[in-house]
Design a protein around this ligand. Structure first.
Ligand code: MF3
Ligand code: CO
Length: 259
């Protein structure tokens, strides 16, 4: 059974979401050629702390970093280290934070300096597919309506969706029911109810959908070595317009109001 969240819990999710997005947008700004992925992760750790949150990823099943930083053919769960970002690389940043016991989870992909037009299109299509999915996060729909919208947009543009990793319910725990696949799997699909909070996160490959996990036990890469993009928001299902919870505007307006 998937229990929708009450008003107080939803308020907690809004605050966690705002923090997660504020960090994500701050980190995106420092991406440029010659920075190392470790420096990116360290900066993210600092911003999370400065906003008063904690990383939701560090220590999760032994995960060793504050954020996931996945470069080019790395799909998700990239482990940061000495890799130096090159002009034309695309970097997926995935930031999950805990604040007052609630989790906000979001991701985006950006190019370092600039990138090939085809790679830019991959990122644009992935981001648009996220919003296509979010538009279906309405009470009365089923999870599969989100999945179908994402898959349709991706495949209409000649790219492919990753099967092995999916979106998820999120709340006090990072991974709650239901799973949110980015493709139609043909299985039973839960009904969406107002008050459910879900992380929708299409992972889209330029070439084949096949992925494999690196020997580090975490980093997921494309089998064909072609690039992959990833965008994610935490979303509140309502009777009407879905509400994007990973939205920094809320936190920035709060900071301004108190200064
Ligand atoms: N956004 C990813 C997810 O929801 C982040 C998890 S990474 C981990 O699965 F390191 F924490 F596992
Ligand atoms: Co997630």
């Amino acid at each position: 059974m998937i229990r929708p969240k009450n008003d107080k819990e939803i308020e907690g999710m809004r605050e966690a979401g705002a923090l997660a997005n504020a960090v994500l947008l701050d980190v995106a700004k420092i991406i440029q050629p010659s920075i190392s992925t470790r420096e990116i992760d360290e900066y993210a750790a600092r911003r999370i702390e400065e906003y008063g949150g904690k990383s939701a990823f560090l220590g999760y099943r032994g995960y060793p970093c504050y954020t996931c930083i996945s470069v080019n053919e790395e799909v998700v769960h990239g482990i940061s280290g000495g890799r130096i970002v090159q002009f034309g690389d695309i970097i997926s940043l995935d930031v999950g934070v805990v604040y007052n016991g609630f989790i906000g989870d979001n991701a985006l992909t950006v190019a370092a300096g600039g990138c090939d037009v085809e790679v830019q299109t991959l990122m644009d299509v992935t981001e648009k597919s996220l919003y296509e999915g979010i538009s279906k996060a309405v009470a009365g729909n089923r999870v599969v309506d989100i999945s179908r919208a994402i898959q349709k947009h991706v495949e209409a543009n000649g790219f492919s969706v990753v099967r092995e990793f999916v979106g998820h319910g999120v709340g006090r725990k990072m991974h709650e029911e239901p799973q949110i696949p980015n493709f139609v799997d043909g299985g039973p699909s839960p009904k969406l109810k107002a008050g459910m909070t879900i992380a929708i996160e299409p992972m889209v490959n330029m070439g084949s959908p096949d992925v494999q996990v690196q020997p580090d036990g975490w980093t997921v890469i494309t089998r064909d070595g072609k690039p992959s993009a990833h965008f994610e928001h935490t979303v509140l299902v309502t009777e009407g317009e879905p509400e994007i919870l990973t939205c920094a505007t809320r936190m920035h307006s709060k900071v301004e109001a108190s200064s």
